[in-house]
Design a protein around this ligand. Structure first.
Ligand SMILES: C[S@@+](CC[C@H](N)C(=O)[O-])C[C@H]1O[C@@H](n2cnc3c(N)ncnc32)[C@H](O)[C@@H]1O
Length: 282
């Protein structure tokens, strides 16, 4: 948040998280998000399978890889990676109901892939692995954290030397303003909107190397536009009880679309590596 608005307190984060993520199913989620936008995957992100594939490529995931996903939500990214790339993935997730949904997804996953995924409830910033991992990823979540810098340090600590990081996040665009920061906090609990330049500094401060930042805002715009079309198409056929939800999603979606198009928001893919010879863990 900007200097005008002090950082929200921890219990405010908890309240926001519960109001946003205790329930991520229902008419709009099931038909528009998981159905129309994500073709059956229960992703809660804008980039969908295409961005998860980019992340997997950047992390060079394969059957030998051990990965951790920060903020794993309903577990769909972990499942997708295990099924498509054969890697092992542990999801760390703060919200108890998201963890329950992820464990339910694991029960519905064919045994071979199910044996490669697991979910642990907790704050990713406090994550301390028993064994360091090859890869840390996070999709559409860093903007929700009180400190993205602390999450980067947590990822660094958990990686083996030479391990890779890939983070996809909503971020501050070139024309970010106070109203947009206020809007994304009120609507979606986003407290950490950083510019690409700020992320570059944070990655360097956390002692990552070979950092690269790609602007993927075009994907966010395409996803929002697609969701808008699906919402309007399905709205007329929706039950009366769901009318308020549809109208709300359409209004909020329009505001996001405008913010991305006017470069007040951006969608970034950050990749970096932990040096092979580094300092002692902090
Ligand atoms: C937008 S969802 C993304 C879920 C998933 N990455 C995906 O792409 O489908 C963000 C998730 O981050 C979780 N989260 C927020 N703060 C967290 C924290 N400090 N530690 C772990 N999870 C957190 C939320 O509960 C929510 O499930």
């Amino acid at each position: 948040l900007s200097a005008l608005a002090p950082a929200p307190a921890a219990d405010e984060f908890r309240r926001k998280n519960r109001s946003l993520y205790d329930r991520t199913s229902g008419a709009v989620w099931d038909t528009v998000v998981y159905g129309d936008l994500h073709g059956g995957h229960e992703f809660i992100n804008l980039g969908g399978a295409a961005i998860v594939d980019r992340v997997a490529a950047a992390l060079r995931l394969g059957p030998e890889s051990d990965a951790v996903e920060f903020c794993s939500g309903r577990g769909a990214v972990c499942r997708y990676l295990a099924e498509r790339y054969g890697c092992r993935v542990l999801g760390i997730e703060w919200n108890a109901r998201q963890i329950a949904a992820a464990r339910d997804l694991k029960r519905r996953t064919p045994a071979a892939a199910a044996s490669r995924i697991g979910f642990r409830r907790g704050d990713c910033v406090a994550w301390r692995p028993r064994r360091a991992v090859d890869a840390v990823l996070s999709i559409d979540s860093f903007m929700l954290l009180p400190s993205a810098a602390a999450a980067l340090r947590s990822a660094w600590r958990g990686l083996v030397p030479g391990g890779r990081l890939a983070v996809v996040t909503l971020a501050a665009g070139r024309k970010i303003d106070h109203e947009t920061r206020r809007f994304v906090w009120d609507e979606d609990g986003m407290a950490s909107l950083h510019s690409a330049r700020e992320y570059r500094r944070m990655l360097a401060a956390a002692e990552f190397e070979n950092a690269a930042i790609r602007d993927e805002s075009g994907r966010a715009i395409a996803a929002m536009a697609r969701m808008d079309r699906a919402l309007r198409l399905r709205q007329s056929a929706a039950k009366a009880a769901d009318a308020v939800a549809f109208a709300g999603w359409i209004a909020v979606g329009e505001a996001y679309l405008e913010a991305f198009r006017c470069e007040r928001l951006a969608y970034l893919l950050l990749t970096a590596e932990k040096p092979r010879k580094g300092r002692k863990p902090r």
